[in-house]
Design a binder for this molecule. Structure first.
Ligand code: WT7
Length: 635
């Protein structure tokens, strides 16, 4: 089914200069490797593992699994019996065995263009070892959880790799989240240490991280006392302080030795937890493990960005999301790459900031989100014309389907028509790219994430769980694991099985709808559950509804998505107030009598789509008309 034939869609073919020294230089090479990865996964992944350091070799196969809940528990294991260390593989191995000590690992670029520094691989290694020793001294041991609430500063990378080095499990919480969110995640992970900073400027806005962190800890203390010994490491000054449990980053780092023997872990030991929205409202602690995540993030990085040693790579995501974990920290470092680490935002101090940075560091591979592209599109081409973007070779996008206009603009205005756009489809749960073009091999269709990565076997099911061949639309599922897939929901394996494996036994269910066209290209059509994607980040309607109903005046709330020019989707909230019993309230009541809120209808009202189809199951179809007449336009 994956034959690239003549097509009505406009295709974009890889440029010749990219093909010359590409890892996968044409579509047939992709197909051959892809077949090998499915027919002989053992040999395929063994070869990948050969690039890395194993303190002890594996005794089990490269992959073992059960994906069928009717047979037994769901599990995935990669390289059972092997001992290794992630931090050793992404730092020591390069410094010692590959002589990359002097190579720049990160060009750090601050929120303000005047703040920048370069960090080499050997500098990174010594900072990480120092931090690892600090954590050890604070009593952190293998298997303990460490919550990290830091902005995009080098200390964030030091801390996560320090955890990896000593076998602690990091749980990074995006430094834009509220104290409630932080508290919830600290509690669920049962972290013994929280690492934060005094504050950060995001654009013009100051965020008092330490204060928010204190609030989060206070809240957690009310409910439990296991956090009372928590400590914080700080970065800057002028900050609320409790000398009982707070320690200064700079003080403790200064006195900490630069040598730290890595903890040799089992291949399937946890590496990190990262929380993602769940459709019930409670965040899910997605757990990734050492060996499989190493193999998968390093291989996807190498092939999807066609990595070469002289590249300068920049992913604009925040490390607080999975994109940053996999494609700012682990994947690039495992390849010995030079990356840009950017603290700021696209429009500060001016709307050409991204282009300025690309010129400044001569960025060759650039990876961002459709929401950022749409935002920058609004300012036209003029801000781009001031900068030299000729270093660019490959452009990438992630987070949500990219609309054709944004794709064209990215390709023409940013890439000058010379750079393939790799539209990478994946999830926090998948650990790395699962549907993606390879830049020198795959002819592109704007808006399609094209074909599966090596080892990934997608299929499309209908509502009854029947597999659909050829041109089809339905549920996107995967028939087998790849090394980087999540292993469980932290402390809730049952929720893991229910969320991803119960609906269609034998398959991992992504929660996304998908269409396969006649050329075999995959097109993501959007979520099939009550999740929505705002600026590339998943949100559950249930979570938002819960938040709305916490307000004393609100009786009930229903939340749906509707398209938004920049954010992709935005929230459309239906709220009924306690005192005024008006039609909104009635509708919600009527609909509730049916046992569920008919989101389909609410969604259509939000989008002003008048053809609603069969409304006969509604208790009072007239309220729909009423709601239409009361519609308000998007801001
Ligand atoms: C959901 C996962 C993976 C890092 C960013 C988001 C949507 C992601 C694409 C894409 C269409 C995409 C899906 C997916 N999504 N990438 N290239 N094309 N949709 O991670 O927060 O776990 O969200 O984002 O709906 O399920 P996440």
């Amino acid at each position: 089914t994956m034959v690239v034939t003549e097509s009505q869609d406009k295709m974009y073919y890889p440029p010749d200069d990219l093909k010359r020294d590409a890892h996968v230089p044409d579509f047939n090479s992709y197909l051959a490797l892809y077949r090998k990865s499915l027919e002989n996964p053992e040999a395929f992944w063994k070869e990948v593992a050969d690039d890395f350091f194993w303190k002890k070799p594996a005794t089990g196969p490269m992959l073992q699994y059960n994906f069928d809940v009717t047979i037994g528990n769901i599990y995935v294991k990669c390289m059972e019996g092997a001992k290794t260390n992630m931090c050793y593989n992404v730092l020591d191995r390069l410094v010692r065995e590959r002589n990359l000590g002097e190579k720049v690992a990160y060009y750090w670029e601050g929120n303000s263009p005047d703040h920048h520094m370069a960090i080499t691989y050997s500098q990174l290694l010594s900072q990480v070892c120092r931090c690892a020793n600090v954590l050890k001294k604070m009593g952190v041991k293998k298997g303990d959880r460490v919550s990290i609430y830091l902005p995009m500063i080098p200390e964030l990378v030091y801390t996560m790799l320090a955890c990896a080095r000593i076998g602690a499990v990091h749980s990074i919480v995006f430094a834009g989240f509220s104290s409630e969110s932080l508290c919830e995640r600290i509690m669920d992970a049962q972290s013994s240490v929280l690492v934060t900073a005094d504050g950060v400027y995001r654009g013009e806005k100051l965020i008092n991280l330490k204060q928010i962190a204190d609030e989060a800890l206070e809240k957690s203390n009310i409910m439990t006392d296991f956090m009372s010994g928590i400590c914080s490491l700080f970065w800057c000054v002028q900050t609320p302080w409790d000398s009982e449990c707070d320690v200064w980053w700079e003080e403790v780092m200064r006195d900490s030795p630069e040598e730290c023997e890595p903890e040799w872990l089992d291949a399937e030991d946890p590496l990190f937890i990262l929380y993602t929205s769940g459709s019930t409202g409670k965040p899910k602690g997605v757990l990734h493990t050492v060996a499989g995540y190493l193999l998968y993030t390093s291989l996807t990085f190498k092939y999807v960005f066609d990595h070469h040693h002289d590249d300068v790579y920049w992913c604009t995501a925040d490390i607080g999301w999975i994109t940053g974990h996999s494609y700012i920290t682990y994947g690039p470092l495992a390849n010995g790459a030079t990356s840009v680490l950017f603290e700021g935002i696209p429009v500060h101090p001016h709307v050409g900031r991204f282009w300025e940075i690309i010129e400044k560091y001569k960025v060759t591979k650039f990876y961002t989100a459709p929401t950022a592209i749409r935002l920058l599109m609004k300012y036209g081409r003029e801000p781009l014309q001031k900068y030299d973007l000729s270093s660019l070779r490959i452009l990438g996008t992630v987070g949500e389907p990219i609309n054709p206009e944004a794709w064209q603009w990215y390709h023409e205005a940013v890439g000058k028509g010379r750079c393939p756009v790799v539209d990478t489809f994946w999830q926090t749960e998948t650990g790395g790219h699962v549907l993606t073009p390879l830049p020198a091999a795959t002819p592109l269709k704007p808006g399609s994430a094209t074909f599966p990565f090596f080892g990934v076997e997608p299929t499309i099911l209908n509502e009854h769980g029947e597999e659909l061949e050829g041109e089809a639309e339905g549920y996107l599922v995967f028939r087998r694991p790849w090394p980087g897939i999540m292993r469980t929901v932290y402390r809730n394996h049952e929720r893991f099985e229910n969320s991803y494996f119960k609906k269609f036994p034998g398959f991992y269910v992504t929660g996304d709808g998908c269409r396969r066209d006649k050329d075999g290209y995959y097109w993501i059509t959007g979520r099939t559950d009550d999740m929505l994607n705002v600026s590339g980040h998943l949100m559950s309607t249930a979570e938002v509804e819960a938040a709305l109903t916490e307000h004393p005046a609100v009786a009930e709330a229903a939340v749906v998505s509707r398209p938004h020019k920049v954010k992709g989707e935005c929230l459309y909230c239906f709220v009924s107030l306690k005192d005024s019993r008006e039609f909104t309230h009635t509708l919600v009541e009527e609909l509730k009598r049916l046992g569920k809120i008919m989101r389909r209808i609410l969604r259509q009202i939000a989008r002003n789509e008048k053809d609603l189809g069969d409304l006969s199951t509604l208790a009072d179809p007239k309220v729909v008309e009423e709601l239409f007449s009361q519609r308000c336009e998007a801001a």
